[in-house]
Design a protein around this ligand. Structure first.
Ligand SMILES: [Zn+2]
Length: 132
């Protein structure tokens, strides 16, 4: 499905299948996705293939890069697996780091914006000056 691939590319989703896209008044664009078959059932911490434990807490959302002026997020099931090294953990997804509430593309963008020096701007929020 060509349209699904475009949504995936817009949000930086790799190794994922976009199932459908909807618009939510509060969350904006919600892209329902799942990892491709070879990326399912992996430990969220070490990435090793593990047996499924249970369905976890159901569906989960990760904040994604905005699409113009519209917020966006990725929604997917978040089953748990039983890892020999890490015990019962949420299965990893290819679009986000373990435990993150944002996609990798979103995190990378934020890190880049925090590191760049903007002419005339104080560097980083810790050095931001309040107007006096
Ligand atoms: Zn593990």
């Amino acid at each position: 499905m060509r349209g699904a691939r475009i949504w995936g590319r817009l949000l930086g989703l790799e190794h994922a299948v976009v199932e459908r896209v909807e618009f939510d008044r509060d969350a904006g664009v919600v892209v329902h996705a799942r990892p491709v078959a070879r990326r399912r059932g992996l430990c969220g911490r070490c990435g090793k293939r593990c047996p499924r434990y249970d369905a976890g807490d159901g569906r989960r959302r990760w904040r994604a890069l905005d699409l113009g002026c519209v917020r966006a997020c990725v929604e997917a099931v978040a089953p748990r697996v039983r890892c020999r090294a890490h015990g019962v953990v949420v299965a990893g997804v290819p679009w986000a780091r373990h435990g993150a509430g944002h996609t990798r593309a979103f995190d990378d963008q934020v890190a880049w914006l925090a590191a760049i020096r903007w002419p005339g701007w104080p560097r980083g929020p810790a050095r931001a000056r309040s107007p006096s």
